[in-house]
Ligand binder design. Sequence first.
Ligand SMILES: [Zn+2]
Length: 490
Amino acid sequence: MRNLRVFVASLATETNTFSPIRIDRSAFEDAFYAPPGSHPETPTLCSAAFVAARRQARLHGFTLIEGTASWAEPAGLVARSAYEGLRDEILYQLRDAMPVNVALFGLHGAMVAEGYDDCEGDLLARARAIVGPDAVIGIELDPHCHLTQAMTDASTVLVTFKEVPHSDFLERAEDLVALALSAARGDVRPHVTVLDCRSIANFLTSRSPGRELVDDILSMEGKNGVLSISIVHGFPAADVADVGTKVVVITDDAREKGRALAAELCTRIRAFGANRMPYMPGPEEAIDLALATKGGPVVLADRWDNPGGGVAGDSTFLLRALLERPEIAAAVGAIWDPVAVTFCLAAGSGARLSLRFGGKAAPSSGAPVDAGVEVMAVTPDHVVPFQDSRVSLGAAAAVRIGRLDVVLASKRAQTFHPEVFESLGIRLSEKKIVVVKSASHFHTAFAPIASEIIYVNCGGPYPPDPARIPYRRIRRPILPLEAAEPVWMT
Ligand SMILES: [Zn+2]
């Protein structure tokens, strides 16, 4: 173990190919960019392998060589130069680190760049060519990835987060590092089975039937030769060939057992149906439902304007519905509007001004709001917790319109935590309705303060229904577009 050489790097974003927001290298550098040796002690969603590998290196004394880690907030297509530049930076570091026994990559798995529908498959194939056939390549993926043949072929072991929302990214990184190290030591001979379910699943693990599925998987791992099980949900907001749900079972050299288990899990997931999301009311109905609820704040999740899914996070549909009901004590956040934030910072805390905000990225964001506001608070950098990580919303402001408080942010990020409001002086306990821009990651931190959580369908801009997405390049047949049978990838 002491003479093992382990390399770790991370390159991640999630590309919504339907989003109008293009990203270049500055989007990575602004969101998260840690050159070798500068990764913080806290993990980020896709770079937890750094933290897990450091811990194992301290325990066992192997040599850990750190490469670059970078993440861009999900958006539209990545510029070719941005992807190639970051890829080549990491591959140069890997070449420089040779010989290595283990190469670990924290990826998301759904990055699409100009000219590259499968960035991770491209990166991993090049990494395999450098490390050779005998080194272990271990990858951590978000379950909202496109698990492609190229990614599967180039990697030795792969682990996805199990939880949606992804509360377990550090635990899964620990699993990955432990598995990759045991494979490198020869303690296990990982056999990876991947079954393409030929379906687009859409389910949460915070409620049935996803909850039971994850609990069962966790109870199967580490027993009877089953080393690891991952469920790739897939990321439907991308028009690429490999969209879809896949089951990954890694056994200790037990191919048939892995196949049987993968087939069983695939059948179970396909039986969930195409869309296991709860019924989602529109804005007015959601507000009525919230008012009919007893007790404290009701959280309305603006599920389809979630910056984490690559869209802007500046839609105004719920905001406008609340402005029509000025008697309701409410808070909305965070609306992405760097221009409005600049105006608020210049005016300063306590200022009153006429402000235009929200509704700017695309027609699907709705119209901007014009209102007389009081600036409650401003900050040059609004940093909030997300699990074990910290996320910056950039410069931000809280503004008040009667009983409605709104957080405006200059960086796109999900409303992960009540601190998005509270640290700017908005007391959520005094609100009846709290609107968050997030599909599911808000859940862990907001559930303890919410009397009820309602997922709201404002119609977009993220495409809410796979059956209505105008796909042109996705491989067919696939459920729910038409009948389709599962296909073995390994
Ligand atoms: Zn995800």
